[in-house]
Design a protein. Structure first.
Length: 145
């Protein structure tokens, strides 16, 4: 279970973690905007067409998941809260990007991949798009044969 606390995150548990504030983690469909708890989100980033879709630049926050070699990772669980700890949403995405239409301000995230939990603070910008890469350095990249 991922527990949010004011001014930071505390991660507890690992494999098979329960949602922080819902019975089920919402699985986002690929390349299709959806509303989760009032927030417009998109799961994308696989393939040249998806990465270059002009609709995606309208989202102020782009969160990416990568391994030790900066290779994209899919199927991460992402939980986002306001800086004061108010929980906003928890989703999973079978692509390496989650786009979020968040109001400008400070937020915290907890990302889980194969039982590894990373927490980070981030700021949604007043204009443009901010890119945040959650790096799971414990996950090795491809190795030559």
């Amino acid at each position: 279970m991922i527990l949010f606390k004011a001014f930071g995150l505390v991660a507890a548990g690992s494999l098979g973690c329960a949602a922080a504030f819902a019975d089920d983690i919402r699985k986002l469909p690929p390349d299709e905007p959806v509303v989760v708890n009032g927030f417009d989100l998109v799961c994308t980033g696989v393939g040249e067409d998806a990465r270059n879709d002009p609709r995606w630049t309208a989202y102020p926050v782009r969160i990416e998941f990568a391994n030790a070699d900066a290779q994209y990772l899919s199927d991460a669980v992402l939980a986002v809260a306001k800086a004061d700890g108010e929980q906003l949403f928890e989703v999973t995405c079978d692509s390496p990007w989650v786009l979020a239409n968040l109001e400008p301000g400070k937020y915290v995230l907890a990302a889980t991949y194969e039982g590894i939990v990373k927490t980070e603070k981030f700021t949604a910008p007043k204009s443009g798009q901010a890119r945040f890469v959650v790096r799971f350095a414990e996950v090795p990249g491809d190795r030559p044969n």
